[in-house]
Design a protein around this ligand. Structure first.
Ligand SMILES: C[S@@+](CC[C@H](N)C(=O)[O-])C[C@H]1O[C@@H](n2cnc3c(N)ncnc32)[C@H](O)[C@@H]1O
Length: 222
């Protein structure tokens, strides 16, 4: 989904140092604390890749309020979204119902403990599947890749850096090449379709022009 905050950073109360929130509680508070956190619009990098693919079964990791999944279902995909937050998944389901999309389904799942069914998907997507609380992103992506059938694609779009107006660099903000290296996949099995960092214009909170830097990684199982 297009990664735009409707609200600056949610309204979750900050945890005290002695009682860190679990990832589930952290994200639940984040979603429960505002009506809608993300834009609801499909991620443009994802839309561009998917335009060239025949619809099939898709899985979205960290689907949030479901914008990408709903869009995929509208394009003919049987689209499934997974997210740790019950509130986010509830909003996504409501979106599917109100748009009459019976092929968009969602489950509240902690992906740290998730085992996908092998060869069950033609597309795995992950849009900004990143977190300011612990998240084993690389391990989850590697496991998710086992769900892909031959010819299936991974489309991952993530923050390669903080926005130009911020300086909160986090260890999980990697460039696409670094991310690919961390995945450490056998080249005999995986074709690298796209591996690049793309600037994306954005408006800073003070109204000035700024930009995001997106790491775009598209892989295809041979
Ligand atoms: C930055 S948001 C991106 C949401 C959405 N994909 C988008 O592009 O707007 C990251 C999402 O990952 C989810 N998430 C974080 N840790 C997770 C976990 N362990 N299992 C499942 N989802 C998780 C969060 O609840 C959140 O919705």
């Amino acid at each position: 989904m297009t990664h735009q905050h409707q609200h600056a950073h949610g309204h979750a109360p900050a945890p005290t140092p002695n009682t860190p929130l679990s990832p589930a509680d952290h994200w639940e508070q984040r979603y429960a604390g505002s009506d809608r956190v993300w834009s609801g619009k499909v991620n443009q990098a994802l839309a561009a890749v998917v335009a060239g693919l025949a619809p099939g079964d898709s899985i979205d990791l960290g689907c949030g309020e479901g914008g990408d999944v709903l869009w995929l279902a509208e394009q003919g995909w049987t689209a499934h979204g997974l997210d740790i937050s019950e509130t986010a998944v509830g909003r996504a389901r409501a979106g599917a119902t109100s748009r009459g999309l019976t092929t968009a389904t969602f489950a509240a799942t902690d992906l740290e403990a998730w085992e996908p069914e092998r060869a069950s998907a033609d597309l795995v997507t992950a849009s900004f599947f990143q977190s300011d609380v612990p998240l084993e992103r690389t391990r989850i992506l590697r496991r998710a890749l086992t769900a892909l059938r031959p010819g299936g694609h991974l489309v991952s779009v993530s923050h390669a850096a903080p926005p130009s107006w911020a300086d909160h660099h986090r260890a999980d903000m990697l460039g696409a090449a670094e991310e690919l290296a961390q995945l450490d996949l056998p080249t005999a099995d995986w074709e690298v379709v796209t591996c690049e960092d793309r600037p994306r214009p954005a408006i800073a909170p003070d109204g000035s022009a700024g930009e995001h830097l997106d790491a775009v990684l598209v892989l295809r199982r041979r």
